[in-house]
Design a binder for this molecule. Structure first.
Ligand code: BGC
Length: 447
């Protein structure tokens, strides 16, 4: 069935792209002077990752970047979002620069440009240098200094050619999963880790933004947020209040201080506990006028009140219990969520541009006769794009769309099982096959 929209409906300036991340794709975990990141350490601990998978090789993008960038070109993808590995550039986190690591990113950037592909670079997609974690990582206020140095180094080295920057990828996820739940690197649990990590990551968004603005002429600077449309289980007052708290935590906590609105303490009183970490000028220093905000949406969440869950007093009702369609991650397939999120973030003043910097899905793909017929993924993308277009046609700000993700890759604690790519990877041979969804995206972009 032909999709009910054309690329031209999104306008001539709409940014079309695809997103990846260093740790999930590069491999070469100790090659050419790279230092260990917290994910190198965490993912080799027994039981940390499903099936004890590691990302030592991942998609071997480190060696296959030329082939992969040629593939991007063949798929008509004009904008490529990837992240830099901090410990490849600064193996100790600060101090001495690793020239061979820098050379790798120079080659990736130059290769993109040679193929007419615009690089969109994320400074931090969760792979903190392990040496910094030994000093407390995000819980140590010195990270303001460490992160500033790293941002400065990247801006100076790559800013002549990279003009689209994102400071962070989803700070709520790396602080929540890594410093509260302990299910992501560095595997820390509890409020004493989470609260300082949140506040320091919060400040680093603005620090990174200011450094990029001062050091890169003509840069467009953003940062990215995970977000999900949150709805209460029903209209009862306590479920509605629970939904408000979850929304404050998942959708607002990192953005509002940037916009000068402070932490959403009124709706999530537990955030009062951040006070001991907040120094006198911090809330002013948290503000930054980003050129764009990237929003990353995969699903919606239904929330119920629960006295049993500390701090938020709320629980997410898992999608499988609700009997709705899900992806392999057990996330509900609910395309209107992306529209609702675009609308929500349009409600804030002072966000000049909003882009979708991630949206995608994992399904149980099968290679049959050399092909991957992933109709569910194509439908997922088309249905979400229809909602993006709906937002655009209503006059809301939405200027771009990046699919998560290019090749199947290392899906964090889930290992290689959930495949999100438009391109299938055989992790034994590193052979790539463009899935049917990838062929669809390529022909859509080729219009
Ligand atoms: C992250 C990606 C991740 C994807 C799917 C996003 O939260 O930025 O790194 O692979 O979601 O889970």
């Amino acid at each position: 069935m032909p999709e009910p929209f054309a690329k031209s409906d999104f306008g001539p300036h709409f940014v079309w792209g695809i997103s990846t991340a260093s740790f999930q794709t590069e491999g070469a975990h100790d090659k050419d002077g790279k230092g260990h990141s917290i994910w190198d350490v965490f993912s080799t601990q027994k039981g940390a990752i499903a099936n004890n998978h590691t990302a030592k090789i991942a998609c071997d993008f480190y060696h296959k970047y030329q082939e992969d960038i040629r593939l991007l070109k063949a798929m008509n993808i004009p904008h490529f979002r990837f992240s830099l590995s901090w410990s490849r550039i600064l193996p100790q986190g600060t101090g001495k620069i690793n020239k061979r690591g820098v050379s790798f990113y120079n080659k990736v950037i130059d290769c993109c440009l040679q193929h007419g592909i615009t690089p969109w670079v994320t400074l931090y997609h969760w792979d903190l240098p392990h040496t910094l974690q030994l000093k407390g990582g995000w819980t140590n206020r010195e990270i303001l200094e460490w992160f500033g140095q790293y941002a400065e180094v990247c801006a100076t080295l790559f800013g002549d050619r990279v003009k689209h920057w994102m400071v962070m990828n989803e700070p709520m996820v790396f602080t929540g999963a890594g410093y509260f739940l302990g299910v992501h690197a560095p595997g820390k649990k509890g409020m004493r880790h989470f609260l300082p990590a949140v506040h320091h990551a919060q400040l680093c968004q603005a620090i990174g933004g200011r450094i990029l603005r001062n050091s890169v002429a003509g840069a467009s600077i953003g940062t990215t947020y995970s977000c999900s449309f949150i709805e209460p289980k029903n209209t009862s007052k306590r479920h509605k209040k629970a939904a408000l708290r979850v929304d404050a935590l998942l959708n607002r906590m990192f953005l509002e201080p940037v916009l000068g609105l402070g932490y959403p303490i009124e709706d999530l009183p537990v955030l009062n506990r951040l006070q001991p970490y907040i120094q006198p000028t911090d809330m002013r220093d948290s503000c930054f006028d980003f050129d764009f905000i990237g929003i990353q949406n995969y699903t919606r969440e239904i929330v119920r009140h629960s006295c049993l869950v500390p701090y938020v007093g709320a629980r997410l009702i898992p999608a499988p219990q609700r009997g709705v369609a899900t992806t392999l991650m057990d996330w509900e397939v609910f395309p209107p969520s992306i529209y609702e999120m675009i609308k929500k973030y349009n409600g804030y003043k002072n966000i000049p541009r909003i882009l979708i910097t991630e949206n995608g899905s994992a399904f149980p793909d099968k290679v049959q006769q050399g092909r991957v017929e992933d109709a569910a993924r194509t439908a997922y993308l088309q249905d979400h794009l229809a909602q993006v277009l709906r937002a655009k046609q209503e006059g809301l700000s939405v200027h771009g769309y990046f699919v998560w993700t290019f090749t199947d890759n290392f899906e964090w604690a889930e290992g290689y099982h959930p495949r999100f790519g438009l391109v299938h990877v055989d992790f034994d041979t590193q052979k790539r096959i463009i899935k049917r969804s990838g062929q669809w995206y390529a022909s859509f972009l080729g219009q």
